[in-house]
Design a protein around this ligand. Sequence first.
Ligand SMILES: [Zn+2]
Length: 247
Amino acid sequence: MAFLKTKGIIIKEVNTGEADKVVTIFTESKGKISAYARGARRPKNSLTASTQFLCYSDFVFFSGKEMYSINSCRLIEHFYNLRNDIIRLTYSAYFAEIINDVVQENEPAMSLLKLFLNSLYLLAAGKHDPRFIARVFEMRLLVLSGYSPDVRGCMACSGTDLDNVSFSFESCGFLCSNCSQTDKSSYKLSPAAARAIQYIAFSDSDSLFGFRVSESVLNELEHVFGRYLSERLEKKYTTLDFLKTIT
Ligand SMILES: [Zn+2]
């Protein structure tokens, strides 16, 4: 029988049978996989603690004919602080939903896994505004998954002045004030928002979250990334809408 040993984080869980679960795991070595967790809903089962939503663990799987099944796992991080705060939990669920849509089965995606884990660690630490973490997560995820807008400068004339650029949803990138005049889809950006977008697209992953923006820039980024993400991934994400009813 073939075994697979890899680290991974649970991004979805579905109950099945009397006490079992089928979990979707974003793993280091295989990208997204589904796995059967036998007995994982029994309180004293050895898999119970490590197969909850968002648990990051070291897994050993049996490779079955149709699906992996979890043989054993050792919990690395349970992100407890995300579970006891409804706002942070909602953002985590939003990140996990997008990750589930973007990551392919059996295709490793280490840079996306690192982005996902870093975003969860920052959310759990509670030092950053979750809205800021979400915007950086959205834009960087688009870049890493091949949906990057062209934000080096004006796409039409190659001008690099960021003080008067718009984001064109039609052309998928920046246009200067001259070149955007006939583009009805373009959205005028403040210089700070244009620089923030460029920073998220091109910074090293280690310093990705190392900048700050004002409330009004966050609003601009939310407008641009929300629409761009939903157009590129062809899906309307409504998970965060719930927060508007409680904040
Ligand atoms: Zn131009």
